[in-house]
Design a protein around this ligand. Structure first.
Ligand SMILES: Cc1cc2nc3c(=O)[nH]c(=O)nc-3n(C[C@H](O)[C@H](O)[C@H](O)COP(=O)(O)OP(=O)(O)OC[C@H]3O[C@@H](n4cnc5c(N)ncnc54)[C@H](O)[C@@H]3O)c2cc1C
Length: 237
């Protein structure tokens, strides 16, 4: 799907961080030293990160963005040396007795998502952004939880691990967000900056919502549409 969308994009650049935006001069500075002048800037960067980079925004907008709160997630991908350790797609674990809240099995979506004779799985553990757990301790807790749930057997060998810490995973819909997001997004839009996507609108939406927002915004900016940038949760929700 990304490849199909890319067919309509000319010369994309990857792996290059946006460092600073001069919103008055409409100038974006990138990590590799490139400077781009823009009429409209579309961003999917998490709101607090975008606002921090827009150094000339009013102080109250910086303060509002700093007050936005989120939950982080350790996304741990495992390869197990046993075929079909489970027949589910994914399972939720609301019980506090488990260290994870969800585990899933990519090999049950498609046999290409893991070599023959093995199982692939992901484990999601939420944590406070300020809290860090060492990888060995994380894997110890996961192993114990998976054995407790009967998904892993004590004899199972974990043949590969890949741990990712997703800082912005689930945004918190607190009272501050309700007030802050409309004013931040409208201040940015007044300066030609369109912040979209799950973390760009600071909401709880899925991949299809991000794609729909991108399409609606492209139509709006090209003058072929005026629809709202709908997500599953309106900004005021
Ligand atoms: C644990 C978890 C599980 C999920 N499971 C599902 C699921 O099963 N199904 C589903 O539909 N959705 C799921 N989602 C939600 C899905 O991941 C998001 O809805 C989707 O990725 C949002 O797309 P986006 O383009 O808005 O943001 P992202 O995919 O986060 O893209 C933002 C991009 O901005 C880049 N970026 C950030 N800062 C900078 C910078 N300073 N300079 C340049 N680039 C930068 C990032 O590298 C990234 O590529 C899940 C999310 C999480 C956290």
């Amino acid at each position: 799907m990304p490849n199909a969308l890319l067919a309509h994009v000319s010369a994309p650049t990857y792996g290059c961080e946006l460092i600073e935006v001069d919103t008055r001069r409409r100038k974006a500075v990138f990590q590799d030293g490139r400077v781009e002048h823009y009429q409209s800037l579309v961003s999917t960067i998490p709101v607090p990160e975008l606002v921090r980079r827009c150094t000339d925004l009013p102080a109250e907008i910086h303060e509002a963005a700093r007050g936005l709160r989120c939950v982080s997630v350790y996304n741990v991908n495992l390869g197990i040396a046993r075929e079909r350790i489970d027949d589910k797609h994914w399972i939720y674990f609301p019980e506090p007795g488990y260290p994870f809240y969800r585990v899933g099995f990519p090999m049950n979506f498609s046999p290409s998502l893991g070599p023959a004779g093995c199982s692939s799985m992901y484990v999601e553990i939420s944590h406070q952004p300020t809290e860090a757990v060492a990888p060995t301790e994380l894997l110890r807790r996961i192993r114990a939880g998976l054995e407790q749930a009967g998904i892993l057997q004590p004899s199972d060998e974990i043949v590969c691990t890949d741990i990712r810490d997703i800082r912005y995973a689930y945004v918190l819909f607190d009272k501050h967000r309700r007030r802050a997001i409309p004013s931040i997004l409208s201040e940015l839009e007044g300066r030609g900056i369109y912040s979209v996507g799950r973390y760009g609108r600071w909401e709880h939406t899925s991949m299809e919502d991000a794609i729909a927002q991108g399409k609606a915004l492209a139509e709006r900016l090209s003058g072929t549409g005026s629809g709202p940038l709908a997500g599953a949760c309106p900004p005021q929700a």
